[in-house]
Ligand binder design. Structure first.
Ligand SMILES: *[C@@H]1O[C@H](CO)[C@@H](O)[C@H](O)[C@H]1NC(C)=O
Length: 441
């Protein structure tokens, strides 16, 4: 509906009908089911599945998503959707709607993981040692699906939807690079999703406020003096020093963190020595730390460095600690905006039924979507794909990870509906009534 028709519609309703607010919400409430039926048309489903499989066969790591980015642009070209490229190396930003404000963004991550696929199927990864084991192939397909739905319904859009195809979510901080490019400055809200193997298909889950933890990585080299394992008095043993360091690091959460605030310190890497009878010169350890506030992340960073260097010194070793912040910037916590939570509940409830919109507990995993949420209201949610008929689906980052492709139309329709109805609801109210939705958002 064109804007002028919309104004007329409101005017008529003011005179005779229910309030403009409820008429507007009834318009908004039809969008989710309409969009889902569109996404479920056989030709759309076949295309979504085809796109996802093509990306799955050719996984690319962070900031190397050259072919994936090319595929995204080719599909946008076919739909007649203009885009900006390159943004943040391989990123693509598509634009659907009026080209005018308000702006709302929907985002998908494009990168794969450095691991070997163990699933034997027709569309297995063709690149040894690389795999889409976190479902980002499905995320890209779903965002392209949303692009198709929105372009088909562009006459109904009351503003502009920005499609963010983002590189390097897996530790590379692609989201931060997109923001640094200054391309999302006037965006009113952003939505993102992640496929979830243990949530039933047709369900979604999220929460208001903290959803995922902030995170950082560390690596330390603990140096001693190598020598014969049977003559320890002539060596300085870095294996023993590193062992004590690891035990001391475990006291940070148990003794220094507020028991009511969730934190994690995990040492996941321990490399040193190669023979039964040689004390090595040095040991390398590494790991990750998680917390829900910036203060706690910075506190953990400081204490991890102190504990490693000082505990190593107890055993006469030297230690250097590197947080790799350039390649792996600390992720903030993923904190969902409460008003967008209400919006999500309405839209997803209209599409899937309110009983299929679940509240969930926060998780200690992290997501670089949080960088967007530091700059604008943002909302992140999980999309179910578990189907009893398929059996238990392996977790993300497993070499056996599989996507239930029946989830693709849901993701596409949710992305498109969240954005399109958001634009409708933040329109300045043409009547003299207070803009209830406007105040909320
Ligand atoms: C530790 O560093 C000091 C100062 O550079 C050096 O003198 C010492 O030999 C180093 N110790 C080890 C075990 O590497």
């Amino acid at each position: 509906m064109a804007y002028s028709e919309w104004v007329l519609w409101i005017f008529i309703l003011c005179l005779f009908g229910p309030t403009p607010i409820s008429s507007e919400s009834s318009l908004s409430s039809k969008i989710p089911t309409n969009f889902l039926s569109f996404a479920r048309k056989q030709e759309v489903v076949d295309w979504l599945v085809g796109v996802r499989r093509k990306i799955h066969e050719n996984p690319e790591l962070g900031f190397e998503e050259v072919e994936t980015s090319k595929l995204v642009r080719a599909e946008l070209d076919k739909m007649g959707i203009p885009y900006k490229y390159p943004v943040a190396v391989t990123g693509v930003l598509g634009f659907v709607g009026t080209g005018e404000p308000p702006f709302v963004a929907i985002r998908a991550d494009m990168d794969a993981l450095a691991m070997q696929e163990m699933v034997e199927w027709e569309h297995k990864s063709k690149i040894p040692g690389k795999m889409h084991a976190c479902g980002h192939d499905s995320h890209v397909a779903m965002l392209l699906g949303a692009a198709k739905i929105l372009q088909e319904h562009r006459e109904e859009l009351q503003g502009t939807i920005i499609l963010v195809f983002q590189p390097a979510e897996e530790g590379g901080g692609g989201a931060k690079k997109i923001l640094d490019a200054g391309v999302l400055e006037n965006v009113n809200a952003i939505f993102g999703l992640h496929i979830a193997p243990d949530l039933p298909i047709g369900e979604v889950a999220s929460r208001s406020g903290p959803l995922l933890a902030g995170s950082g990585f560390f690596e330390a080299v603990i140096s001693g003096k190598g020598g014969h394992a049977a003559i320890p008095q002539h060596s300085i043993d870095p294996i023993l020093a590193a062992s004590n360091v690891i035990v001391s690091l475990q006291h940070l959460v148990s003794r220094e963190a507020d028991p009511l605030e969730s934190q994690v310190v995990t040492v996941a890497k321990f490399q040193g020595g190669g023979a039964f009878n040689v004390i090595p010169d040095s040991v390398t350890i590494g790991g990750t730390f998680r917390a829900f506030s910036k203060e706690s992340i910075m506190q953990l960073k400081q204490r991890i460095e102190e504990v490693i260097t000082r505990q190593a010194a107890v055993q006469r070793c030297n230690a250097t600690v590197d947080f790799h912040e350039k390649e792996k910037p600390f992720f903030p916590a993923t904190i969902n905006n409460p008003n967008l939570h209400k919006h999500f509940q309405n839209v997803a409830g209209n599409m899937l039924g309110v009983h299929n919109v679940k509240d969930m507990q926060p998780l200690m995993g992290s997501e670089d979507f949080s960088f967007y949420q530091e700059e604008m209201p943002g909302y992140f949610f999980f999309l179910g794909m578990k189907d009893e008929a398929l059996g238990r689906l392996p977790s993300v980052h497993s070499p056996h990870f599989k996507i239930n492709e029946d989830a693709l139309p849901y993701g596409a329709a949710l992305h498109a509906s969240l954005a399109a109805t958001y634009l409708l609801e933040i329109q300045p109210q043409p009547s003299s009534r207070e803009g209830k939705h406007h105040d909320e958002l």
